[in-house]
Write a protein that binds this ligand. Structure first.
Ligand SMILES: [Zn+2]
Length: 246
């Protein structure tokens, strides 16, 4: 059989991508640590910067509040709120500047009815359902396959179907993760631009370089999440094809 149809090949890929994910996570943590400790040149906190950038973009209906979850920064279009984590809200660091501006980028996307955000919101309930389906079918299917082959020397056909349903659920999750990528990249591009346009970054200060590094490493965590879903799906598909053949 072709190597790319072999379950073991995709199993090794899952392991490999897991290592990549750990590397990307630690790179992000390291970058956050460095730029979280580097003061930005305006001397303003994440909350102040977010508020100012909102105003400068003509958005007066979004409020900026402090959350309590680390890395829990987000823009919620339902209650029109940017929630900044404690590490961002009160900090006048380059990391806080980058993340605050990124969340404003999401608010601007919403304000300007950016099409990417509509596509993503359309797929969100699909992904939630997919995640529930995958979570409940795949583990049970693996258990049935394991005990079936251990005690009865055979695999019940419905467990193969369960794996197939699980793969479809994962595919829905992957689809959502993929349509999230352009939204995230776009929010970061907007962040860099509005910071530059409003004089937070410029040729006379070093903020721009740090902001770029922060936003790029954050974007990598989204890319690696897509990779993780895709290799899991490929593994399940290879497994299903192998089991159907036997
Ligand atoms: Zn984002």
């Amino acid at each position: 059989m072709e190597w790319y149809l072999e379950p073991w090949f995709w199993f090794l890929m899952i392991i490999a991508v897991m290592f990549i994910a750990v590397a990307v996570q630690s790179k992000f943590k390291k970058t956050f640590k460095i730029y979280g400790a580097t003061p930005n040149s305006s001397g303003k906190s994440g909350a102040q910067i977010a508020q100012e950038l909102l105003t400068k973009n003509g958005i007066d209906y979004v409020k900026v509040v402090s959350g309590n979850k680390k890395l829990g920064d987000n823009f919620n279009p339902t209650n029109k709120t940017i929630t900044l984590s404690p590490e961002v809200y009160g900090s006048a660091s380059i990391a806080a500047e980058a993340i605050a501006a990124h969340e404003v980028g999401h608010a601007v996307q919403w304000h300007k009815s950016y099409v990417g955000i509509k596509v993503r919101d359309f797929f969100m309930p699909v992904a939630k359902a997919g995640s529930v389906v995958a979570g409940s079918t795949i583990n049970i299917a693996f258990m049935i396959i394991f005990f079936g082959s251990l005690f009865f020397g055979s695999i019940p056909v419905f467990s193969v179907w369960m794996l197939a349903i699980g793969a479809v659920g994962l595919a829905a999750v992957a689809l959502f993760q993929i349509v999230t990528l352009p939204v995230e990249f776009n929010a970061s591009a907007r962040a860099s631009k509005i910071l530059a346009n409003n004089g937070y970054t410029g040729t006379e200060n070093q903020d721009a370089n740090g902001i770029k590094k922060m936003l790029n490493t954050a974007a990598m965590t989204y890319v690696v999440a897509v990779m993780q879903s895709l290799v899991q799906i490929m593994y399940l598909l290879a497994l299903i094809m192998t089991m159907r053949r036997n």
